[in-house]
Design a protein around this ligand. Structure first.
Ligand SMILES: Cc1cc2nc3c(=O)[nH]c(=O)nc-3n(C[C@H](O)[C@H](O)[C@H](O)COP(=O)(O)OP(=O)(O)OC[C@H]3O[C@@H](n4cnc5c(N)ncnc54)[C@H](O)[C@@H]3O)c2cc1C
Length: 406
């Protein structure tokens, strides 16, 4: 009998398995992807805030990730509502260094492929986790005091708790009959790495335009990851064009903001969706990460929220086991849900509001933009959201995310 069967070995599922195994829980992990096959190209980069980094360190990933982690020293945002007509309409810069340590950064930038490769290697090296991959979750059924998880290859895994870390379309969420709400933004993010001509100094820079934000996120070797919001269709069409044409279009629009840029590596477009599950739990089932909510990535919060789910659920389950109790118990799951759902919901709706206010030229919303910028003199959306998440001393932060010794 397992304590947890986790479906999905992406960033949240892989980390949850590693953290729970370190805490002495009996874990099985199932993923549809073949870990030996080369993973699909992923041009995303993650701004990993300090609490999330602490979780990755606890999960045994520091050594593999450290060489790829670029410090994120600060954030700078510009309201560029009229940037193509002239100077930006408002501009301010600033830094939100965490209050607890003078030499600490907001966090680090990690390339998605490096993060997944480090997780895959740690899972392959672990003899505490029963890893089924490639294998697909099919269904589950209730039995006294546990559930039996059925894989498509007819493997049966009895467990106290089934955890869906299986992403946006979560088959576990669907099997549990948990509905979702949300909207399609009709926009996509064009994401690619570029070589910069100006030093980035570890600063993430974001320009708000009526189409949506354009951001350069610092990477090693004076490179940056671009997050360029466009209408769905336009981003996908741009990604199909020859790299010289993409570079020309990019520089024609944004060289004044970011200096000359040269595309460095593959390009991809990611559609934007807001989707929130009506509940993060069902009987002996918990949802984590994108299975629980997919949010607008404009402030780089999605995975950081998912990592908070991971750390909270690991802590709840470990507390149950330590007390000789059942990790799939309804009270334990309610503790998990009441810990994580308000934060996830507030962030999802907050990012949605920022998108509505800043990503358009609507005359009614213009005064609100000005007000938001005035009020936000110390707190632009990306900056304040990341700074809030970056503080490893937040209230209710799971212990696996807190600074060592705090
Ligand atoms: C352009 C873009 C930029 C982003 N930038 C940031 C950022 O800077 N910071 C940040 O915090 N977040 C960011 N995010 C959000 C982040 O990418 C997601 O929140 C995160 O990848 C979700 O991870 P996950 O492990 O929950 O799900 P996923 O990565 O989707 O993993 C799901 C896993 O489940 C497996 N699976 C699915 N179905 C089955 C099945 N039936 N059986 C077995 N396995 C199955 C899949 O193989 C996969 O491995 C960004 C998102 C986008 C689109």
């Amino acid at each position: 009998m397992f304590d947890l069967v986790i479906i999905g070995a992406g960033p949240t599922g892989g980390t949850l398995a590693l953290a729970c195994a370190s805490l002495g829980l009996r874990v099985a992990l199932v993923d549809a992807r073949d870990p030996k096959a080369s993973p699909p190209r992923d041009t995303r980069n993650f701004a990993i805030v300090r609490g999330s980094w602490n979780l990755l360190v606890f999960s045994g990933l520091e050594e593999a990730l450290r060489p790829h982690a670029e410090p994120l020293n600060g954030l700078e945002a510009i309201d560029g509502a009229r940037h193509w007509l002239g100077a930006p309409s408002a501009c301010f810069t600033g830094f939100d260094l965490p209050e607890t340590a003078e030499d600490a950064t907001l966090g680090v930038m990690l390339e998605a492929e490096h993060l997944q490769a480090a997780i895959d290697a740690a899972l392959a090296a672990s003899d505490q986790i029963q890893h089924h991959a490639p294998a697909r979750f099919d269904s589950y059924e209730h039995a006294p005091g546990h559930v039996i998880v059925h894989l498509e290859d007819e493997t049966e895994l009895p467990t106290r708790l089934l955890v869906g870390c299986d992403g946006l379309h979560s088959p576990v969420r669907q099997a549990a009959g948990i509905p979702t709400e949300g909207r399609n933004y009709g926009k996509s993010v064009f994401a690619a790495d570029v070589q910069l001509s100006r030093p980035h100094d570890g600063i993430a820079r974001q320009l708000f335009t009526p189409e949506g934000p354009f951001a350069t996120l610092p990477l090693s070797g004076n490179r940056a990851n671009l997050a360029w919001y466009m209408k769905t269709g336009a981003a996908e069409a741009l990604a199909e064009r020859p790299v010289e044409e993409i570079t020309a279009e990019l520089n024609a629009r944004f060289a004044a903001f970011a200096g000359d840029m040269r595309i460095d590596g593959p390009v991809r477009a990611y559609p934007l969706i807001l989707q929130v599950a009506a509940s993060m739990i069902s009987e002996r089932v918990a949802l984590v990460g994108d299975a629980a909510r997919r949010i607008n990535p404009l402030a780089g919060q999605g995975l950081n929220l998912g990592f908070k789910d991971v750390a909270a659920l690991a802590e709840v389950c470990a507390d149950q086991i330590r007390a000789g109790l059942d990790p799939g118990d309804v009270l334990a799951l309610e503790r998990y849900q009441s810990w994580r759902r308000p934060d996830g919901l507030a962030t999802a709706l907050g990012m949605d509001l920022i998108d509505r206010v800043f990503s358009n030229d609507n005359a009614i919303l213009k005064p609100l933009r000005g007000l938001a910028l005035a009020v936000a003199n110390r707190a632009t959306p990306l900056r304040s959201a990341l700074a809030r998440q970056a503080s490893a001393a937040q209230d209710h932060l799971p212990s696996l995310m807190q600074d060592p010794g705090s």
